[in-house]
Design a protein around this ligand. Structure first.
Ligand SMILES: *[C@@H]1O[C@H](CO)[C@@H](O)[C@H](O)[C@H]1NC(C)=O
Ligand SMILES: *[C@@H]1O[C@H](CO)[C@@H](O)[C@H](O)[C@H]1NC(C)=O
Ligand SMILES: *[C@@H]1O[C@H](CO)[C@@H](O)[C@H](O)[C@H]1NC(C)=O
Ligand SMILES: *[C@@H]1O[C@H](CO)[C@@H](O)[C@H](O)[C@H]1NC(C)=O
Length: 373
């Protein structure tokens, strides 16, 4: 295919690959065994979005369940609730970026599965340079993955998909699915990750699931986990109990009665960061298969644990509800404070770097109080 002059050569390659994929898929139509597999390619060509990688079954866009819209209260709900209700049955999405088989070939002790929004490039870079470095810690292997979806606007999707492709090539740590990366789709992201892990990294002893704006003291985490058996139940984080759905529409956490009529959530751990064992990952996977998706990801995992008869637990070193320095006088930037913790929420990218650097200083002396910044 000749490249028109107004297009950059790499864009031309995209178009060429897209056209090739389209032709390939038109000729090799998969048998429609599941509802998401299309009989026909979509009428609107996918030329504007990143092409589906070849050799994977082609998944048509999952259709909205329009029967939910017939409920008299449906139109009164905010857009994201309506979207959630219309699409919550959709669970199969093409993987746009995958990692190499090498990732989990050698036994992985701690797999970092970090939820990131497509455009959070700086956050991912800083995690890579600091606590998320793939390395040996206390003699065991640590591996890193970023879990991402895609942007909802086609123009933005084209850009972020290209960015993530570049990151995947350079760092080999991107798992990207073709769904809109929104707050109410975080549960979908979680479930897709657990499914991926079942076949691709099931032998990881432990998993840290967290956000890209946390500071995780991965050395401490490994020490803590080395005292646990991956074959036993473990699910620890910032424990939240005795709460229920927020019914005020202005709240980010608003959950409509059309989503659940329950007024209580089972105990769960805040989604900023929590640790789980191989045993518990398998249990969550089982439960997630039978439960309806619930739009708040951390609550959904609480529901899964509940179904499996398991309980989440609290770890005092995981602080996802803001920084709670032990005293007013102790600066929240005192590295000696973080030295004892496993994970703290809400770090800016540059703060991650400063803290990581301070913790790595060989002469960090915590016998006297110290303010670095
Ligand atoms: C569509 O929504 C209706 C009403 O909520 C529900 O009964 C039905 O099971 C849903 N269909 C799918 C495929 O999820
Ligand atoms: C979740 O992603 C799907 C697929 O991109 C999209 O149709 C749906 O609107 C999204 N849901 C929400 C609540 O953003
Ligand atoms: C995972 O562990 C099981 C049992 O220890 C072993 O049989 C299997 O080969 C391992 N799988 C991989 C991919 O290493
Ligand atoms: C740490 O500081 C204390 C108090 O200043 C000092 O007594 C101690 O020797 C120092 N320890 C190290 C390892 O430098």
């Amino acid at each position: 295919m000749k490249c028109p002059r107004h297009l950059r050569p790499d864009m031309c390659l995209v178009l060429a690959v897209g056209t090739f994929t389209f032709l390939l898929l038109s000729s090799l139509r998969e048998s429609p065994s599941i509802c998401e597999v299309s009989e026909k390619p979509p009428a609107t060509p996918k030329a504007l979005s990143w092409p589906t990688p070849p050799n994977r079954p082609y998944l048509a866009k999952c259709q909205a369940n329009t029967s939910v819209a017939s409920h008299p209260d449906f139109d009164k709900e905010p857009q994201h609730i309506r979207n959630f209700l219309l699409y919550k049955h959709c669970r199969k999405f093409p993987l746009l970026q995958d990692v190499s088989l090498e990732k989990c070939k050698e036994p992985v002790f701690l797999l970092l599965a970090i939820k990131s929004s497509p455009s959070n490039y700086e956050r991912r870079e800083l995690v890579r340079r600091t606590w998320g470095q793939e390395r040996q810690v206390h003699g065991v292997r640590l591996r890193r993955l970023f879990l991402v979806g895609t942007a909802s606007s086609p123009h933005q999707a084209l850009k972020v998909n290209r960015l993530l492709e570049m990151e995947a090539q350079v760092h080999g740590d991107i798992l990207q699915w073709d769904f809109h990366d929104s707050f109410f789709n975080l549960t979908l992201k979680q479930v897709l990750f657990l499914q991926w892990q079942e076949t691709r990294c099931t032998n990881a002893s432990f998993v840290l699931n967290g956000d890209d704006d946390v500071f995780a003291n991965t050395d401490n985490m490994v020490s803590y986990l080395q005292g646990h058996n991956p074959g036993h139940h473990l699910f620890v984080g910032h424990l939240i109990q005795n709460v229920g759905p927020i019914r005020a529409q202005w709240s980010k956490y608003y959950v409509s009665k059309l989503v659940t009529k329950e007024e209580k959530y089972p105990p769960y751990c805040g989604g900023g960061g929590f640790l789980l064992s191989q045993f518990t990952a398998a249990a969550l996977r089982r439960a997630a298969r039978v439960l309806d998706l619930f739009p708040i990801d951390d609550v959904f995992l609480g529901m899964c644990l509940n179904l499996e008869g398991l309980k989440p637990a609290s770890h005092s070193g995981i602080r996802t509800a803001g920084i709670q320095a032990p005293s007013q006088r102790l600066s929240s930037f005192d590295p000696c404070f973080y030295r004892e913790l496993l994970l703290v929420h809400r770090f800016l990218p540059y703060e991650m770097l400063l803290m990581w650097d301070a913790l790595k200083q060989p002469d960090l002396n915590c016998t006297k109080q110290k303010h670095v910044y």
